[in-house]
Design a protein around this ligand. Structure first.
Ligand code: SF4
Ligand code: SF4
Length: 367
């Protein structure tokens, strides 16, 4: 393997930042230890010791993003311009489209192109979570849905992962096939060793970085990786959860401590529900925005009529667990959880998703 010393990391990041936007974990100023993924600029400190409070999913799915802008103008055909990532043009004008008002046209302004981005210092669970989201959003030329903006950001993304040699009480990635040795989603993996990091290229993109002068040959052996808590049988939940669907007593019991703060969904690297809304600037132009939503909020799925098919917290928590361990595996072939433990570390009500999963497995055994 190749080796990079700790002293050379800032220079490596600086070289990367000269050609890409770099995101890295940083302690938020004045936060008393909260680490988040932030845009890195030369001279910024990084924190490779602590887990980030929120995941780095903003890099592929920003918490708020402009899908396109629009203006109303007089004259010409009713619709013109383009729509989509990186200026991808979409059908502009058709005579069967009615103008907003007689004589007006709507000019669509595409969102800014996705920048080339390097995500530095994510853990294996978070790198894998990007691949889990790919199953839904990133299917260029494939049969599944392809979100052009997600796909463009993914195309320009390089993921440099920091392998975990330690874990904490909330981690449970070893419940999944590869645990801390997971390579999915990573382009390059750094293994902490004395004085620096061993580096392993996983993809061609990551392997190319190893030819940079910051890296040297090494005979060192990679360190043993962390072994976390394990919940056996998570893959069986896909079969088990439909049988628990109508047991509202179960869902009320497991969610009774929840205060609907939404942290577990905002912090989670795989939660991806979103809202779409328009923001007008004056009455002639505006932007269509996509923003994160959270199934733990009371208004989630509330319809304009006031009807909500998930009227109680128990209904919404049932949706959260089923989405992750039943619907997504069924539709996308992946469990929508990587065992990162964020929802456990950050829950103000100390609700531990692992207890809920164990209870569901136990309830199935009783039947
Ligand atoms: S973090 Fe805890 S309290 Fe907040 S919504 Fe999630 S389960 Fe409920
Ligand atoms: S559900 Fe919890 S443990 Fe699983 S990926 Fe999301 S935040 Fe991490």
């Amino acid at each position: 393997m190749k080796f990079i010393s700790s002293e050379k990391i800032p220079g490596f990041l600086e070289a990367l930042s000269a050609r890409s936007t770099v995101w890295a974990p940083r302690e938020l100023t004045g936060s008393g230890g909260t680490v988040m993924f932030e845009r890195w600029r030369p001279g910024d400190p990084i924190d490779l010791e602590h887990y980030s409070s929120l995941s780095a999913k903003d890099v592929v799915l920003p918490r708020t993003e402009k899908l396109f802008g629009y203006t109303y103008a007089f004259g010409g055909s009713p619709f013109s311009g383009g729509l989509g990532a990186s200026g991808t043009a979409v059908a502009a004008s058709d005579s069967d489209q009615a103008p907003a008002t007689s004589g007006e046209q709507i000019v669509i302004k595409p969102a800014e192109p996705a920048p080339s981005t390097v995500l530095f210092g994510v853990r294996a669970c978070d790198a894998k979570s990007i691949q889990v989201l790919d199953a839904l959003f990133n299917n260029p030329g494939g049969e599944g849905y392809n979100d052009p903006q997600y796909s463009a950001r993914r195309e320009g993304l390089t993921v440099i992962t920091l392998a975990c040699t330690t874990c904490d009480d909330a981690c449970f990635c070893s419940s999944f096939e590869n645990g801390a040795s997971e390579k999915a989603g990573s382009d390059l993996i750094l293994y902490p060793v004395d004085g620096g990091f061993l580096a392993e290229g996983v993809t061609g993109k990551g392997g190319e970085l190893l030819s940079e002068p910051f890296f040297e040959e090494s005979e060192l052996a990679p360190p043993p990786l962390a072994e976390t808590a394990v919940i056996e049988g998570l893959e069986r939940l896909q079969e088990i959860l439909p049988g628990l669907f109508d047991d509202l007593d179960f869902w009320e019991r497991v969610s009774e401590r929840c205060v609907s703060c939404g942290f577990c969904t905002y912090g989670c690297p795989t939660c991806h529900c979103f809202n779409i809304h328009d923001e007008m600037q004056g009455d002639r132009e505006g932007e269509r925005l996509r923003s994160w939503d959270a199934c733990m909020f009371a208004l989630y799925t509330q319809e304009t009529s006031g009807h909500n098919p998930r009227p109680t917290l128990a209904h919404r928590y049932r949706n959260r667990i089923n989405h992750k361990f039943s619907y997504y595996p069924e539709n996308q072939g992946e469990i929508l959880c990587t065992g990162c433990g964020r929802c456990i570390r950050g829950c103000p009500a100390a609700l531990d998703i692992r207890d809920v999963l164990r209870d569901a497995l136990k309830a199935a055994r009783k039947e």
